[in-house]
Design a protein around this ligand. Structure first.
Ligand SMILES: NC(=O)c1ccc[n+]([C@@H]2O[C@H](COP(=O)([O-])OP(=O)(O)OC[C@H]3O[C@@H](n4cnc5c(N)ncnc54)[C@H](O)[C@@H]3O)[C@@H](O)[C@H]2O)c1
Length: 270
């Protein structure tokens, strides 16, 4: 169902690794809604080559960029403006990685070099994207910039490990930078806090299958899918949400405000 919600808009989409990726679904939906955009991912993630299929399907160009490298980001943003023929209307930051999670290191026994790497990739990279876009004056007025996050920034989910801290930092950057981008350029900056979703990043978390089932039963509407998340991103990039900024927006089927559901209570019956 396409409504031309992004007709004429230009964007940059970070983080489409494979068909499961939330960013992949956002790219497909943005294309359907009339946007043109550049796809980007870390050079190492390109090795799989799957992003080229998405590029073909959506008529997009791919520019590799390590989101922790300001040099790569400057190249990406300036080339994107050239390719797309003007300033940018929307950016999706759909990037996350923790070395401690990957290597099964416990939260109370962190390897701090790995912690710093995770902070850089998962949170500080968002500041770098925002700062680069602002310095290069790359955003059109009333543009919209989004990053994806998870409720472990507010509540403890033990296996989420140091990604919880990374997400808290990410959400804070959206608020703080959103102020300056709003005042100076009328650009909005938000985070979307998504339900657990079966993707490469998601399934790296220990006990993810059990957790996804728990979350499903704890959400009155059930877990939100990657495609549903993409739909929400489209509305946030469209002109229908112009005054929403500096928010952490829950897209989670009601999980974040549910204390308990009957389905979960029933599991504890005599
Ligand atoms: N899957 C979930 O359960 C879930 C829930 C809430 C939020 N999120 C968030 O959604 C976002 C997208 O994750 P996903 O679930 O689609 O998984 P994914 O694994 O498909 O996407 C993560 C992406 O980050 C990219 N990336 C890693 N290091 C990078 C770097 N240095 N530079 C540029 N890109 C880099 C990867 O190549 C990959 O494309 C992440 O921020 C994730 O934390 C995911």
């Amino acid at each position: 169902m396409a409504n031309n919600l992004l007709k004429g808009k230009r964007g940059i989409i970070f983080g489409a690794l494979n068909e499961q990726s939330i960013a992949w679904k956002v790219a497909e939906r943005a294309h359907e809604e009339g946007a043109t955009f550049v796809l980007t991912n870390a050079p190492i993630a390109m090795r799989m080559g799957e992003i080229n299929d998405l590029a073909k399907k959506t008529g997009s160009e791919v520019i590799p960029a390590d989101a922790t490298s300001v040099e790569d980001l400057e190249n990406l943003v300036s080339k994107s403006m050239e390719i797309l023929g003007g300033k940018i209307d929307f950016i999706l930051h759909s990037i996350g990685m923790s070395v401690n999670v990957r290597k099964g290191r416990h939260y109370t026994d962190e390897n701090y070099d790995w912690t710093m790497k995770g902070i850089d990739v998962s949170a500080l990279s968002f500041h770098k994207v925002l700062q680069t876009a602002k310095k290069l004056d790359a955003m059109n007025e009333w543009g919209s910039i989004l990053a994806l996050t998870y409720i472990a920034a507010q509540r403890v989910f033990p296996d989420y490990n140091d990604m919880a801290d990374n997400k808290a930092y990410l959400e804070s950057i959206a608020r703080s930078f959103g102020y300056y981008f709003g005042v100076d350029k009328k650009v909005r900056v938000n985070t979307i806090s998504q339900s657990p979703t079966m993707t490469t990043a998601g399934s790296g978390v220990k006990g993810f299958n059990e957790f996804i089932n728990f979350s499903e039963q704890m959400s009155p509407l059930g877990n939100a899918s990657a495609l549903a998340c993409a739909d929400y991103c489209i509305t946030m990039f469209s002109d229908l949400t112009k005054y929403v900024t500096m928010q952490n927006l829950f897209h989670d089927g009601g999980f974040s405000t549910t204390g308990v559901t009957q389905a979960v209570i029933d599991k504890f019956g005599e």
